[in-house]
Design a protein around this ligand. Structure first.
Ligand code: NI
Length: 269
């Protein structure tokens, strides 16, 4: 699979599941903007059948190399980011994994039951990253039980392997060229911003500012009924040059920590 093919399939899967993502994208392009992706993010469990080492494979194959690693202590996550050397306009890839052993036994058992419900062979597919939920209908009761310990886990339990979010590079925009303008544009269009830790995460001094909209709620068929829960979201990022004049390419853990909450369950529409 070529890089273009991999990303177009991820995009197709993302926008098909989250029609509002396409609305966001179109709201920029109708203003004459060209939308480039800053990064695309994925979630997984630290089980060796599907951990970061497994999910990074298709990206390493198309030229990505590992550039940074991150720890999110309160959310019990670790993450790595990848770039294509000397191609700054190619999206970075961000893969995080939940550290299962840091959770309660009951929680671990529920996840193990889900993971073990399919043959190990399933996890060896070269396109695992595109497979979505490979485990069959989830239980709404278990979804809510997992949420008590980790919203991240509850999301992954339901949606499986897919892009968790795409990220508009504000640096690539001509008119909406600040994060404040982008946020106002989104609010004008009726999107709900993630305001955990403030609408804007990070500062120009930290060389990266990010914002995101709350994940669109979609109807999911659970084994115990149809329920509307948050799916994927869209993120927005602007990067600033460091002392050497190069745009900063890493991530800020304390900002990403809050961005993760964009898939938290919320009551308001
Ligand atoms: Ni992100």
């Amino acid at each position: 699979m070529t890089r273009e093919h991999l990303f177009s399939q991820l995009w197709e899967q993302y926008t098909k599941q989250n029609p509002s993502a396409l609305d966001v994208y179109n709201s920029f392009t109708t203003l004459g903007e060209t939308v480039l992706n800053d990064h695309i993010a994925f979630r997984t469990f630290n089980d060796p059948r599907m951990d970061i080492k497994v999910l990074e494979k298709p990206f390493l194959k198309v030229g990505y190399i590992e550039k940074g690693s991150y720890v999110f202590e309160t959310k019990k996550l670790i993450a790595k980011h990848y770039e294509i050397p000397n191609m700054p306009n190619e999206p970075k890839v961000f893969i995080s994994q939940l550290v299962l052993e840091d959770f309660s036994k009951d929680f671990q058992n529920l996840i193990a039951e889900r993971i073990n419900s399919v043959e190990n062979e399933v996890y060896k597919a070269s396109d695992l990253i595109l497979k979505g939920n490979i485990w069959g209908a989830p239980s709404f009761k278990i979804y809510n039980r997992l949420r008590e310990e980790s919203e991240y886990a509850a999301w992954l339990y339901v949606y499986g392997f897919r892009a968790n979010h795409f990220t508009v590079s504000i640096n690539s925009l001509k008119t909406l060229n600040t994060i404040e303008k982008v946020n106002q544009h989104l609010k004008d269009k009726g999107f709900k911003l993630n305001d955990s830790g403030g609408e804007i995460k990070g500062t120009p001094q930290e060389l990266l500012q990010q914002s995101s909209i709350m994940a669109e709620k979609i109807e999911v068929r659970f084994s115990d009924g149809i329920h509307s829960i948050p799916a994927c979201y869209y993120e927005f990022a602007i990067r600033y040059p460091d002392a050497s004049g190069q745009l900063y390419n890493g991530f800020i853990a304390k900002s990403a920590d809050k961005i993760f909450e964009s898939t938290n369950f919320y009551d308001k529409k």
